[in-house]
Design a protein around this ligand. Structure first.
Ligand code: ATP
Ligand code: MG
Length: 241
């Protein structure tokens, strides 16, 4: 579905992605893991058109997204929930959700209303707080809003950069439960997650990035069986992993 071929990107003269290739398949949760600085966020930002690719190709179904501006990439069906969540702090929950559907606010107001209702069902805490200023909500509620807002664009594939960051374990569990529900409802997901146990619990496909290169690509069973991976990612907690 989402096909990344030999993608290179970076910041100025520094190349962060050295020609990565992988596929995120339709109906699956694909999880991108790897150490700090591996290029996980850069990968999502490049797919979203925020960081420009210097070479390589990104295709979503039959569309070439590689040099499109971000709003067009969103229109093609690829939405990103970035690491810093980027919600509109001073606006209400409902206004944030409307803004997530800005591309069809005028043309399809009834559809937008229906989708807002759907989001409030997926994320019950947001229903209670629908008139609250987004910036005054808890971190977990803001993360839910960021995910809901991205979903308002009706993406074919939803990308999330470390949705668990800075959240208490119970809240993380809640977010992951919602991701599971979305997946069961047919949303394809490309997830960056540092916590390997969480990644393994929800993904059908694991990609490991190290120093801007793909070093593993396979299913969770193959991942757990791989010796190199075991040492680096499934090691004992007392050695810091
Ligand atoms: N805005 C930037 N300007 C310059 N270099 C950057 C910038 N953002 C990231 N980098 C560099 O690009 C490389 C990849 O960073 P990236 O943020 O993609 O890693 P990551 O895998 O998401 O790491 P983390 O797990 O810490 O979030 C790193 O070497 C980083 O220092
Ligand atoms: Mg990152």
């Amino acid at each position: 579905m989402l096909q990344i071929t030999d993608l290179r990107a970076g910041y100025g003269r520094i190349e962060a992605l050295h020609g990565i290739s992988f596929e995120a398949r339709s109906g699956e949760v694909t999880c991108l893991i790897g150490p700090n600085g591996a290029g996980k966020s850069t990968t999502l930002l490049t797919l979203a058109g925020v960081v420009r690719a210097t070479s390589g190709q990104v295709r979503l179904e039959d569309r070439d997204l590689t040099s499109l501006p971000t709003p067009e990439i969103v229109s093609c069906g690829l939405s990103l929930v970035p690491e810093n969540r980027l919600i509109f702090q001073g606006f209400s929950v409902l206004d944030n959700l409307r803004m997530g559907a800005y591309q069809r606010l005028r043309t399809d107001p009834a559809g937008v209303m229906r989708d807002i209702e759907r989001m409030l069902t997926y994320f019950p805490p947001l229903r209670e707080r629908r008139s609250q200023e987004a910036g005054t909500m808890s971190g977990g509620e803001q993360q839910m809003l960021a995910v809901a807002r991205a979903l308002m664009a009706n993406p074919k594939m939803l990308m999330l950069d470390e949705p668990s960051l800075g959240l208490a374990p119970l809240v993380v569990a809640e977010i992951f439960e919602i991701l599971q529900t979305l997946h069961q409802d047919g949303v394809s997901i490309l997830l960056v997650e540092q916590n390997v146990q969480w990644a393994l619990s929800c993904a059908q496909h694991i990609i490991v990035l190290e120093l801007g290169q793909v070093v593993f690509d396979g299913d969770p069973d193959a991942f757990s069986a791989s010796e190199v991976v075991q040492q680096a990612y499934l090691g004992r907690r007392d050695n810091g992993s």
